[in-house]
Design a protein around this ligand. Structure first.
Ligand SMILES: [Zn+2]
Length: 371
C-alpha cells in the first residue's frame, strides 16, 4: 500500500458516525501527527451545541480554506462488520469516499507541498468538521466565520465523475402534524375527525407544488399515524424535503406550505408545520465559475480533464457560497454508493486529485484570486 492508501485505511478503520466523539478524537489523533510534521497545529473548536471540530492552518496573508468532514452516516461497529479492503482499482469501506478520501486528499496534497518546500505565500486553512452528515448544525457558524476571512473555499467532498461541483440545490426540511379526534369506527364513526384523511389531502397538495421548470421539488418522504384499523385516527404526521435552486424561492414554498397547513378539508382537524431551510441554494455564479476555471487550468496543465457538475444534494459549500465567497466543491476523488454498503472509491482518482490540489495550492498566490 502506498502512503495515500495507508492513511485512507487508517481513517476508514475508525468508526466516526456523527456524534461519536471518541471516533472524532481517534481521527484527530491520526491527523494531528501528520499535521505537526508540517508545522501545523490541529486546534479543537467547540461549537455552541457542544460538537467539536478541528482546524489547522499554516502561512500568513490571504487564506484559502479547505473543508472536509470527518463524520460518517454509519453507526459504531460498522467498521468491525465491513472493514476496509482493496480490489484492483477500487477501495471499499464505510466512509471510504464520503468523506475520508477528501481528508486524505487534503493531507497528502499538503505533505506534497511540504516535501517540495513549496508552501505558497498564503495561509492554507483546513477545517475538519464532525457534523456534516446531519446538516452541520454546530459547525455552520465556524465554517461561515472562517469562510468570511478567506479568499476562496474548496470543499473536498467526493467528485461526481471527473467533475467539479459549482452549483448545488438548497434544502428545506419540515415536519407536518395533523390532529383529529379518535372514535370507534363501528359504533360512533361520525364523532371522529380523521387525521390520516386530512394528511392524505395535504400530501397530494404538497407534492403538487413541485415545479420542475423552476427547479423546485417537494417530497413527502416519511408518513406516520393511527393506532388500529378500528379507530378513527386522531393523529398523523409527515416529513417533507424541499429542494430549490435559487435564493428567493423559499418564500413562495414556505407560503404555500403554510397555506396548505392552514386549510383543512376534514371537519374538526387542526395542523401544524415546523422546520425551514437547512442549506441555502448554491446557484451557478461567476465567482464560483471563475474559481473553477483556475482549478481546471491547473488540472489541464498537468494533463487532467475536469468538467463542471451541478448537484441536487447539499454540502458545506452551500453555506460559504451563500456568503459570496468563491467556492468550488467535489474537489475530492471519484466515488459512489455513498451512505450505503455499496460505497466505493476509485483509487487512481485519489492520486490524481491529490496531485491537482497540491499543484493548485502551490500556485495559489499567483492565480489572482483575491476578492
Ligand atoms: Zn460528505
Amino acid at each position: 500500500m502506498d502512503n495515500n492508501l495507508e492513511l485512507l485505511a487508517e481513517l476508514v478503520k475508525v468508526d466516526s458516525g456523527t456524534g461519536d466523539s471518541e471516533g472524532m478524537l481517534g481521527i484527530a489523533r491520526i491527523l494531528s501527527g501528520r499535521l505537526q510534521k508540517m508545522q501545523m497545529a490541529l486546534q479543537a473548536m467547540e461549537a455552541a451545541d457542544g460538537s467539536v471540530h478541528f482546524f489547522a492552518s499554516r502561512g500568513k496573508g490571504n487564506r484559502v480554506l479547505l473543508i472536509a468532514h470527518i463524520d460518517t452516516v454509519f453507526a459504531k461497529g460498522t467498521v468491525a462488520k465491513r472493514g476496509f479492503d482493496i480490489e484492483g482499482d477500487t477501495a471499499r469501506g464505510p466512509g471510504v469516499s464520503d468523506c475520508k478520501s477528501g481528508v486524505v486528499t487534503i493531507i497528502r496534497a499538503l505533505e506534497h507541498l511540504n516535501s517540495l518546500d513549496a508552501w505558497p505565500d498564503w495561509e492554507i486553512g483546513c477545517l475538519f468538521n464532525s457534523d456534516e452528515e446531519i446538516g452541520s448544525p454546530g459547525s455552520r457558524p465556524i465554517i461561515e466565520k472562517l469562510a468570511n476571512e478567506s479568499q476562496a473555499v474548496l470543499v473536498v467532498e467526493p467528485a461526481e465523475g471527473e467533475n467539479i461541483t459549482i452549483s448545488r440545490k438548497g434544502i428545506g426540511r419540515f415536519d407536518l402534524q395533523v390532529f383529529g379526534k379518535a372514535a370507534h369506527s363501528g359504533s360512533n364513526y361520525q364523532d371522529g375527525h380523521n387525521a390520516i384523511l386530512e394528511l392524505a389531502h395535504k400530501i397530494i397538495a404538497i407534492q403538487e407544488l413541485t415545479d420542475f421548470d423552476a427547479g423546485i421539488t417537494l417530497n413527502v418522504g416519511v408518513v406516520g399515524g393511527g393506532l388500529r384499523p378500528n379507530i378513527v385516527p386522531d393523529y398523523a404526521e409527515a416529513e417533507i424535503d424541499l429542494r430549490i435552486i435559487e435564493a428567493g424561492q423559499e418564500e413562495k414554498a414556505l407560503a404555500d406550505l403554510n397555506r396548505i397547513t392552514a386549510s383543512n378539508k376534514v371537519n374538526g382537524v387542526a395542523a401544524k408545520i415546523s422546520g425551514g431551510i437547512t442549506r441555502p441554494p448554491m446557484p451557478f455564479c461567476e465567482r464560483n465559475d471563475a474559481l473553477y476555471r483556475k482549478y481546471r487550468d491547473v488540472a489541464l496543465s498537468m494533463g487532467f480533464q475536469v468538467g463542471v457538475h451541478s448537484s441536487g444534494g447539499g454540502s458545506d459549500a452551500n453555506f460559504t457560497a451563500a456568503l459570496g465567497i468563491p467556492t468550488i466543491d467535489g474537489v475530492g476523488p471519484v466515488g459512489g454508493g455513498h451512505h450505503s454498503e455499496a460505497e466505493y472509491l476509485s483509487i487512481p482518482s485519489l492520486q490524481n486529485r491529490i496531485m491537482i490540489l497540491g499543484e493548485f495550492l502551490k500556485h495559489i498566490d499567483t492565480l489572482d484570486l483575491v476578492r
